[in-house]
Design a protein around this ligand. Structure first.
Ligand code: SF4
Ligand code: SF4
Length: 179
């Protein structure tokens, strides 16, 4: 049964002397290669060149801070519940007196991890979060040689403090404005 119209009948007739020299096949191959010199390249010289992401591109998550640099996440767990890939785990802790400048609310995530090998970048965690604490940024997960390197910990996800390092903050956010 033919599933598509792209099937091609294989030519099984015996090769003639000219074809046996393989020159026609070599010339045909060279012709295809040379024709690509004059076509627009599909690839870019990354990392020197970078593509502009679409406005709706969803990249690696960031854990957001408020305008005073305090962590927004209250470890409520809604993002973990919403995650269809079960990629998020966390441990909650209570804010202690004197830590008001670090955490916005009484509870915070002492541990927060996302398994990037599971994440499908659906953005449900961002939608579920009532505190605007998690965003999918316009940067992507770096390649890694080690599976453990894809378990992103809170230190990897937490956005740099905009007051202390505005340039690192801007890089982490990418082009996308954070609420
Ligand atoms: S983007 Fe989707 S899959 Fe990835 S952590 Fe968020 S909810 Fe889970
Ligand atoms: S990121 Fe948002 S939804 Fe997830 S635990 Fe923190 S506050 Fe709750």
């Amino acid at each position: 049964m033919q599933l598509t119209q792209r099937a091609k009948q294989v030519d099984r007739r015996p090769m003639n002397g000219w074809e046996k020299s393989y020159l026609p096949a070599i010339l045909k191959g060279m012709g295809i290669t040379i024709s690509h010199f004059f076509k627009k390249k599909a690839t870019i010289q990354y990392p020197e060149q970078k593509r502009t992401f679409s406005k709706v591109f969803r990249g690696v998550q960031i854990l957001n801070r408020d305008e005073e640099g305090r962590e927004r996440c209250t470890a409520c767990g809604l993002c973990a519940v919403a995650c269809p890939a079960e990629a998020i785990t966390m441990e909650a802790a209570e804010r202690q007196p004197g830590e008001e400048h670090l955490y916005r609310e009484e509870k915070y995530a002492a541990k927060y991890e996302i398994n990037m090998l599971r994440c499908i970048f659906c953005g449900y965690c961002e939608e579920a979060c009532p505190k605007d604490a998690i965003y999918l940024s316009q940067t992507f997960a770096q390649a890694n040689y080690d599976r453990k390197g894809f378990i992103y910990k809170k230190e990897d996800l937490l956005i740099p403090n905009p007051k202390e390092d505005p340039e690192a903050y801007r890089r982490a956010v990418g082009e996308r404005p954070v609420k």
